[in-house]
Design a protein around this ligand. Structure first.
Ligand SMILES: [Zn+2]
Length: 244
């Protein structure tokens, strides 16, 4: 074969490995896949964490202003993600964080005293100054969750598959538990590039899904959870549970 400059140029690209959750591209080697992922290895304020002995604290409330959206759902290759239209936000301590998307992990990424949940939902928000805030919601096996019915039947199973269904309207607020006490700490994205300075609000109350609802997700993605990372002395808080 003749020497072909073009081929030589293309080859390294072809060999580039996308991050994922297998031995060859999983959390242990994320930082080796791309120099931009170095924080996944050297970051010291990483997520997820094992939530142990959080300090009960009077925390400022989270105001939710989520609007209904038509369904825009993707299989990213590493999770199922629902993109959100502009105009939905949370407000905490005077800062608005706009809801960008929500997605799922199975099993959960965060642990509570060493225990994983069946799944975890992450609602990803961004403020005007580009600070990220994520609300984490544990999902455990139990009763069927009718709030998910409208879109759970549209889970895209093929990598890269997207569905936009105007007839299916959902409001992420209806997916949250009614009790909204939180664990709070500063961490990172749990996927490459593992960027830090992410404000985490993990709801203490899980939501339930039926065994078959959880199985429907796990048939597409199972094991898309990063292992817990060391707390490294970070502050870990929890709302003081008020008497009812
Ligand atoms: Zn996530």
């Amino acid at each position: 074969m003749t020497y072909n400059k073009k081929e030589q140029k293309v080859a390294p690209h072809a060999k580039e490995i996308c991050w994922g959750y297998e031995a060859k591209n999983g959390p242990d080697v994320w930082a080796q896949l791309n120099p931009e992922y170095r924080l996944c290895c050297v970051g010291i304020h990483q997520s997820p964490i094992d939530i142990v002995d959080p300090a009960p604290t009077k925390l400022s409330p989270i105001t939710f202003n989520y609007q209904p959206t038509s369904l825009n759902i993707h299989n990213t290759g590493n999770t199922i993600q629902v993109d959100y239209h502009k105009g939905s936000w949370i407000e905490v301590e005077g800062t608005k964080y706009h809801l960008l998307q929500f997605h799922f992990h199975a099993p959960s990424e965060h642990q509570v005293a060493g225990n994983l949940s069946d799944m975890e939902m992450h609602l990803v928000h961004k403020s005007e100054d580009s600070t990220l805030a994520v609300i984490g919601v544990f999902i455990k096996s139990g009763n069927i969750n009718t709030a998910f019915n409208s879109f759970w039947q549209h889970l895209p199973s093929a990598q890269g598959e997207s569905q936009q269904i105007k007839e299916v309207i959902l409001n992420a607020f209806n997916l949250l538990p009614s009790t909204k006490y939180t664990y709070r700490y500063n961490g990172s994205l749990t996927t490459p590039p593992c960027s830090e300075n992410v404000k985490w609000f993990v709801l203490t109350t899980p939501i339930e899904m039926s065994h078959s609802q959880i199985a429907a997700f796990k048939a597409i993605f199972s094991g898309n959870n990063r292992p817990v990372q060391p707390l490294n002395g970070r502050e870990l808080l929890v709302d003081i549970i008020k008497d009812r």
